[in-house]
Structures are given as C-alpha cells and as structure tokens.
Design a protein around this ligand. Structure first.
Ligand code: NAD
Length: 262
C-alpha cells in the first residue's frame, strides 16, 4: 500500500515536464490521478494506461484550459464526481514569455498571469471546502526561483511566481489549524520543453550550438552548472505530502542548484 493509496491527486499541466514527473511519483505512492494539460490524445491515453498498469491506480484526463475559470470549475467538479474529492492539488501548469516590459504583448501578460497565478487561486478556492470537510489536504504550488528573485525580460512570469508564493503563504495561514498544508516548490532550471524553447532562442540569437547555449544559460544563474530534474522535484513533492511534513506550512522551498543562495 502506497502512502497515498485511497487518495486523489490533481496535477495541472501534467502532460509534460515537471507536472508529468509529479504525476508519476504520486501514482507510485498509490494516488488516483486527475491529469490535465494539452497534448496528443493518443499519447495521453497511452500515459494513462501505463500509469494504471504499473501502479494499479485509476486516472482520468481533463483538458481544461487553465486560463479559463469556467473550465477550471468543470475540472474540479469532474474530479470530485469521479473520485469523491481532491486530496492533493499540484498547481503546476505554466507558460513563459520573454520580452522587455515596454515590448511585452498585453495578451501575453494576461495569459501568463491567468495560467501561472490565477489558476492556482481558482483550483484552491474550489478544492478547499472538500479538504476542510475531510480535514486533510496538500496544496503544492510549483513556483520558481523566479518566485524569489527576478531576471530581466520576465516581468509577467516573475510577477506571477512572486504572487504564487504570496498566495501559498495566505492559504497556509488560513489552514494552519487543519490537516491541510500549502507550500510552494521553487525550481531552478529544469530541461523541459518550456526551457528548451529558451535554449533554442539563445542558440539562434548568439549563433551557438545547443549544448553551448545550455551551458551558458545554466552558468549565468545556477552555480551547480547542472539542471534540476523532474524526478528530484517530485521527490520533494512526495515528502511534502507525507506526515513528516505536517508542520511544513507556507514555505517556498527552492531546489535550484544554488541559484538563490547567491
Ligand atoms: P512544460 O512546458 O514542459 O509543461 C507545461 C504543462 O502545462 C504542459 O502539460 C502543458 O500542456 C500545460 N499547460 C500550458 N498551458 C496550459 C493551459 N492554458 N491550460 C492547461 N495546461 C496548460 O513546462 P515545465 O517546465 O514542466 O513547467 C511546469 C511548471 O514549472 C510551470 O509552472 C513552470 O513555470 C515551472 N517551472 C519550470 C522551470 C523549468 O526550468 N522548466 C523552472 C521553474 C519553474
């Protein structure tokens, strides 16, 4: 029996990257899964079958666009109807856009804030009544080193991630005397499609090979010179779901190869 067997985990943006790593690790702990995110429906079905076969759990996929509150409401209602409630909520869906403030497209600003910040408000406000009724819950907000420090040309992302760290603290305080905890995880660079786009842009702009662009991107910010992996982040998520973490409340825990120690 896994630590989370009989429980249900919803991971937003779990068809790729860090969210996929979180979903796999929570499935390995026995949680039934609500997957969310975009992608090829055949690939998503294969992923569901693999997880079900490997861990003997149940899964559904809901394709809610996390920038749309009505679709988020349908996602949570579907999760509650299918599994009776959401015990672990991982707010992970996120996008990036890189541009100077004066050139930042307004619709990109709105999309980054909606997906990276407001969606976590909506999912949290909708799952908290059920978590309070059951007196158990884990809310994990996937923020970023950019929830703690800034970089140029990432105004919307840095604002959203700092906001997400703030939201984490408020929810932690509002649930402090319950069995619900809320914490943020702040990754440094992780080589997912979101970061690969930035590597490719840099390689193109500076006429570098892919490997050299990766090396420079890392060394600018991340003293270890190595990427953090989705599996390492998922290990922290599993710890935060455990009873050993019952009194870890409102932290913004960086796993970033030393980025914010500087
Ligand atoms: P990714 O691009 O690999 O995955 C993003 C996931 O979000 C995908 O499943 C995608 O389908 C989903 N998604 C995007 N827009 C969506 C929308 N509107 N509605 C529903 N789903 C949507 O990215 P990733 O690197 O795994 O990023 C995951 C989270 O981790 C993000 O919040 C990101 O900001 C954060 N993060 C990433 C890094 C990194 O270096 N990769 C570092 C710090 C924080």
């Amino acid at each position: 029996m896994g630590m989370l067997s009989g429980k249900t985990a919803l991971v937003t943006g779990s068809t790729s990257g860090i969210g996929l790593g979180m979903a796999k690790a929570l499935a390995a702990q026995g949680a039934d899964l609500v997957l969310n995110g975009f992608g090829d429906s055949g690939h998503i079905q294969e992923l569901q079958q693999d997880l079900q076969r490997q861990w003997g759990i149940k899964t559904i996929h809901h394709g809610a666009d996390m920038s749309k509150p009505a679709e988020i409401e349908d996602l949570i209602q579907t999760a509650e109807k299918t599994f009776g409630g959401v015990d672990v909520l991982v707010n992970n869906a996120g996008i990036q856009h890189v541009s100077l403030v004066e050139d930042f497209p307004v619709e990109k600003w709105d999309a980054v804030i909606a997906i990276n910040l407001s969606s976590a408000f909506h999912t949290s406000r909708l799952v908290l009544p059920g978590m309070k009724a059951r007196n158990f819950g884990r809310i994990l907000n996937i923020a970023s080193a950019h929830g703690l420090v800034a970089s140029a040309q990432k105004s919307a992302y840095v604002a959203a991630k700092h906001g997400l760290v703030g939201l984490t603290k408020v929810i932690a305080l509002e649930t402090a005397q319950t069995g619900i905890t809320c914490n943020a995880i702040c990754p440094g660079w992780v080589l997912t499609p979101l970061v690969q786009k930035q590597v490719d842009a840099r390689a193109q702009a500076e006429g570098l090979s892919g490997d050299e662009a990766k090396r420079r991107l890392l060394l600018e910010k991340q003293p270890s010179g190595e990427f953090v992996t989705p599996e390492q982040l998922a290990g922290l998520a599993v710890f935060l779901c455990s009873s050993a973490a019952d009194q870890v409340r409102g932290v913004a825990w960086n796993m970033d190869g030393g980025w914010v120690a500087q």
